[in-house]
Design a protein around this ligand. Structure first.
Ligand code: AFD
Ligand code: MN
Ligand code: MN
Length: 424
């Protein structure tokens, strides 16, 4: 299924008058609105290949039908999203769920949809059919050298797949840790993991980055060997300049001040990438911005301020990815909502009057500082984000068009009711 340009044009035509009115109303009060729009057009968020099918919990899964059955169909789905919003121009693959049988063909298919390959992800948190040794007691931390070897080799394999596709980063998320006190020697687990990461790091091509993703708990419930940003930063620092910390918004203990973590990692030059999602309790993998949009804005505020302070390019200097799971929504609609929420928060952050905020902070004017932030946050930037989409050739209202075109019904017709995507 493809969304054609004339379908987008017809949809936009219908909404154009109302959109223009709304856009002009907001734009009037925004100094340098053209610059803001340029940044919004450029900003792209990678879609995870594992989020295109229905997720589930350990209690059950309720697939909605028409899910992508192959890597080709996953790329087609991301292509669909990108056609609708022109903001999802990249895909993040998980190996071995998405091993390309013909890398060249996959690369050109992605290019046809205007997509590039973002970070590739390794998987040593599951045992694959036919796998020699088990990861039941960890992978890079394992007491048995042979298991560690297998995990290292897998990661190097993932880098090779990524190279063939033109990706330039690997994200390593380890489920390693322990479930009970006494199970693990923390020091040895750290050391072994570090040594494994060092071998993987040594296999990186020059222009590649390695992202060390942390997570506070689950599947291990007593300790995680990369459990928080401090541990991730330790690994990344010891590894060297190509290693960075990756922040997944759902991977903190409750009430953690994520915006502060982001600010510090950024000022240390060690923030590498993001996994966006939202959560109420833990690693809930909910739609971005659905629970705590103010936190998302505060994070983007630190990102914009911190990246500008370091002269970084907003679009290309960090890896922007979604990491979500869709249990009750259509995954494609959910991803459209997530990308929209990210762009809204980014747009709001671009509106923050940074010099006045800095002055208020220096003067300890707490009230003024809050006013400045909330002035930006409470601005309805949706017409700006829509205008950026319009200029990029995307749909003014992507979800509405998705529904009007009956995309899911089409996909079910093409792929069947029972099509289930690979993944968790
Ligand atoms: C995990 C992590 C990590 C991993 C993914 C697998 O967030 O990014 O790749 O889930 O589905 O919780
Ligand atoms: Mn993640
Ligand atoms: Mn997660």
């Amino acid at each position: 299924m493809h969304v054609e340009k004339n379908q987008i044009d017809a949809h936009n035509q219908q909404l154009l008058k109302q959109h223009k009115r709304q856009f002009e109303f907001v734009a009037e009060n925004i100094p340098g609105v053209e610059k803001v729009l340029e940044k919004l057009v450029a900003f792209q968020v990678a879609i995870p290949s594992w989020a295109l099918g229905t997720g589930g919990t350990r209690f059950g899964r309720f697939p909605g039908g028409g899910e992508p059955r192959s890597l080709e169909e996953k790329i087609e789905d991301v292509g669909l999203l990108h056609a609708l919003n022109k903001s999802s121009g990249a895909i993040s693959l998980h190996i071995p769920w998405d091993i390309p049988s013909n890398a060249k063909a996959i690369r050109s298919l992605a290019a046809q949809h205007g997509l590039r390959f973002d970070a590739v992800n390794s998987n040593t948190f599951q045992d694959q059919p036919g796998q020699k040794l088990s990861y039941k007691f960890g992978s890079l931390q394992h007491t048995d050298t042979a298991v560690r070897r297998q995990a290292i080799d897998h990661n190097i394999e993932v880098i090779k797949h990524g190279m063939e596709l033109g990706s330039d980063a690997i994200t390593v998320w380890l489920s390693d840790g322990s479930c009970f006190p006494g199970q693990l020697n923390f020091r040895k687990a750290f050391q072994r993991t570090l040594e494994g990461l060092q071998e993987i790091y040594a296999a990186l091509p020059d222009n590649w980055k390695l992202f060390v993703e942390y997570k506070a708990f689950e599947p291990n419930f007593y300790s995680m060997t990369v459990g928080d940003w401090g541990q991730s930063l330790l690994y990344a620092t010891k590894l060297g300049p190509k290693a960075y910390t990756l922040v997944d918004l759902g991977h903190h203990l409750p009430n953690a001040n994520i915006e502060q973590i982001v600010a510090l990692l950024l000022s240390e030059g060690k923030l590498g990438g993001f996994h966006f999602n939202d959560s109420k309790y833990g690693d809930d993998d909910l739609t971005v911005g659905s629970i705590n949009p103010y936190q998302l804005f505060l994070i983007f505020n630190e990102l914009v301020e911190g990246m500008d302070a370091r002269g970084m390019n907003h679009t290309s200097d960090l890896g922007w990815m979604i990491d979500a799971s869709h249990n009750v929504k259509d995954p494609l609609e959910d991803l459209l909502q997530s990308v929209e929420a990210i762009k809204i928060a980014y747009a709001q952050a671009l509106l923050v009057d940074t010099p006045s905020l800095a002055a208020a902070q220096e003067a300890n004017d707490v009230v003024k500082a809050q006013e400045i932030l909330q002035q930006a946050y409470r601005t309805d930037v949706r017409p700006l984000v829509a205008e950026a989409r319009l200029r990029a050739g995307a749909a003014l209202q992507p979800i509405q068009l998705f529904r009007d075109l009956r995309v899911r019904e089409q996909l079910i017709k093409e792929r069947g009711e029972k099509a289930v995507a690979t993944g968790l």
